[in-house]
Structure formats: structure tokens, C-alpha cells
Design a protein. Structure first.
Length: 343
């Protein structure tokens, strides 16, 4: 079952579409898949897509991206979508959007890494067959928009993989045309934007914006990758789900096999993992953990092995008593804002 959710400021319409027979017959030459388009924006920085399209490979048409609603969720988490189609995957993106915190329109036209996107969908279908899953691994193309004109694209399903990151340009648009509302004056359109911002963010987020401003480089900082590996002081940890700060996500098992130890990974935002006794859910503060990784990675003159960052969990019960630190051969940093969920 897939959800179709279209959100307007004062109205919420939810249409559930039940899709059956969602299977992809895979051959080496087949490049048509069941997929849909979705969108996201970072929490605390509301955005709105004015118009967006994933353009089909070799065509001047494509699949529209849901628009017209205020986006204010989590970076990398789908907000809404329409029913899937079976069609060629996109090789371009056209998008126009509005940043409420900046009161600024942006527009961008981007080439997407088509071969990489097809490769991921093909791998997902093969994995579906091998594991006898009902649905393929990947089923969505998602665009993320952020202040400063940042634009990211992911292939999403169970896991999520970033395939593009770019920069849209500032544009000046008539708010009446862009928002499709009959504003009679600039004061009226300004009030509409301010009301939208006030409705979308909390008093704490508003105060943070006044005090700290907009962190325009944050979404590019999210994309940095590091050699890191998770361990536990006490009992072993096993299967995990991880959502990374850059919006990617995956499932796997600890300890990493040797080949996985060599992977460069973004900093984690959320982790779920098992021990022999319990399941743990861990939420990191994005700014704290990104800053800690950057600090540990800044040491010069280290070998690759010395530069590797360890994430050591001190697991307790109740879970909220647990602690975690990041370290390398030069330094150790205990994370203060990490939350271990109890239930």
C-alpha cells in the first residue's frame, strides 16, 4: 500500500491508493521500473515547491513532483507522493521553489546521473528476487530542497542513496503567479509568507533563527564521509538500521565485514540495533555529531588506520542511562545531546 498525501496550508487531503501487482520483470536491457516522485525539506526551515518535474530519459516530459504545500519535515524523509507509474527513469530535474526563512525563490535545471540511478533500481530488483520480497528495494525518486538553494536527489525505498547534490539560483517571481493567489499588494503577499513561516516553525526554532541565522553550509557538511565503525563496551551489537545526516539510510549487521570497514560513511542521525538482550534506538543531534566528526577528522599526519573513527557505545538498562563517545588515536569526544529511547 502506498500513501498519496497532498498538504495545503489550511486543508489536508489524504488519498490512499492501493496498488496491486507491483512487480518488475527484469532483463539486462529493461530500464523501465515502477516508481513515483516525492519531496522533502529540513525541519525548522520550511520550503515550498512551486513546480518540479523529474524528466524521463530522452523525453521533454516527465513525472511531476508534488507541489503547493509547506515542507517542514526531516531531511531525507519523504513527505508526499502520488501513484506509481511504470516508465523510464529520469535523467534531468527541473525545479522552482521558495524558502520561507529567506523569503526567496530559487530555480534550477540539473542533469542527473542516469546510469547510476538505473544501476540502483536494477540491483534492487535483483535483490527482490534473491530474497523473495513482495516489493522491490527502490520505488521512489526524491528531491530535497534547503535554504541557500541546496538541492539533493535520492533513490529511495527501504534504504536510501543520494545520487545528486546541486545548487539552484535565486530568481525573482511574482508571488501572485508563483503561489497562484490573487494578492492585491506586496504587503498582502508578505503577510502570507510570514504567516506561513510562523505556522511552520516553533517558538524555539524562531528564536534559534534570530540568534544563529541560517546555516547555509549545513546540508553540504552533511555529505562529508568518514571511516568510522561502531562497537560496544559490554555486549556485542548486531543487526542495525541507520539513517545518516545526509538523508541516506541502510540496514546491515555489526560487526562490519572487512570490505565494509573500508567504506566511507556519513555521520549517523538515527540508529536502531540489537544486542543479546535488548533493542536500542539512538537519536543523535545533527550539529553535535557532525561537528565531532569534523573535529576528529581534522588531525593531520595520521595513517588511514589511525584516522579511523570509533563510535563506542556504553549500553545500559534503562536504555536512557547509556552513553556514546567518538574517538581516534588522538582524541575522544563524549556526545552530550544523544538520546537513547526507552519504551
Amino acid at each position: 500500500m502506498f500513501k498519496f498525501i497532498f498538504i495545503l496550508r489550511k486543508s489536508v487531503y489524504v488519498l490512499f491508493i492501493l496498488l496491486t501487482g507491483c512487480s518488475n520483470v527484469m532483463t539486462k536491457e529493461n530500464t523501465k521500473f515502477e516508481w513515483n516522485a516525492t519531496e522533502c525539506a529540513p525541519e525548522g526551515y520550511p520550503m515550498e515547491i512551486i513546480k518540479g518535474t523529474f524528466l524521463f530519459k530522452g523525453e521533454d516530459r516527465g513525472l511531476y513532483i508534488p507541489d503547493g504545500g509547506t515542507l517542514n519535515g526531516d531531511w531525507g524523509d519523504p513527505t508526499s507522493s502520488h501513484g506509481s507509474i511504470k516508465h523510464t527513469l529520469p535523467d534531468r530535474l527541473e525545479i522552482t521553489f521558495f524558502s520561507y526563512t529567506e523569503k526567496q525563490f530559487y530555480r534550477g535545471e540539473f542533469d542527473l546521473p542516469y546510469d547510476r540511478i538505473v544501476e540502483l533500481f536494477q540491483q534492487g530488483v535483483n535483490q527482490q528476487k534473491e530474497e523473495k520480497k513482495e516489493f522491490p528495494t527502490y520505488s521512489k525518486m526524491m528531491v530535497g530542497i534547503a535554504p541557500g538553494g541546496a538541492v539533493a536527489v535520492w533513490v529511495k525505498g527501504g534504504p536510501g542513496v543520494e545520487v545528486f547534490f546541486g545548487q539552484a539560483e535565486k530568481v525573482e517571481l511574482d508571488p501572485s503567479i508563483a503561489f497562484n493567489l490573487p494578492f492585491e499588494s506586496k504587503a498582502q503577499s508578505d503577510k502570507y509568507v510570514q504567516d506561513g513561516l510562523d505556522e511552520a516553525i516553533s517558538p524555539e526554532q524562531r528564536e534559534s533563527l534570530k540568534k544563529n541565522g541560517i546555516p547555509f553550509d549545513l546540508w553540504s557538511r552533511y555529505r562529508a564521509r568518514y571511516h568510522w565503525i561502531a562497537t560496544s563496551k559490554s555486549e556485542p551489537i548486531y543487526g542495525f538500521n541507520i539513517k545518516y545526516v545526509n538523508g541516506e539510510s541502510e540496514r546491515g549487521h555489526f560487526p562490519f565485514v572487512e570490505s565494509e570497514k573500508l567504506r566511507l560513511l556519513p555521520a549517523p542521525l538515527q540508529m536502531y540495533f540489537e544486542t543479546n538482550k535488548y533493542i536500542y534506538r539512538v537519536n543523535f543531534d545533527d550539529l553535535e555529531i557532525v561537528s565531532a566528526f569534523e573535529q576528529l577528522n581534522a588531525h593531520e599526519g595520521l595513517t588511514e588506520e589511525q584516522q579511523r573513527i570509533g563510535m563506542e557505545f556504553d549500553l545500559q538498562y534503562p536504555r536512557s542511562n547509556s552513553r556514546v563517545r567518538l574517538y581516534n588515536v588522538k582524541e575522544s569526544i563524549e556526545l552530550k545531546k544523544v538520546i537513547f529511547k526507552d519504551w
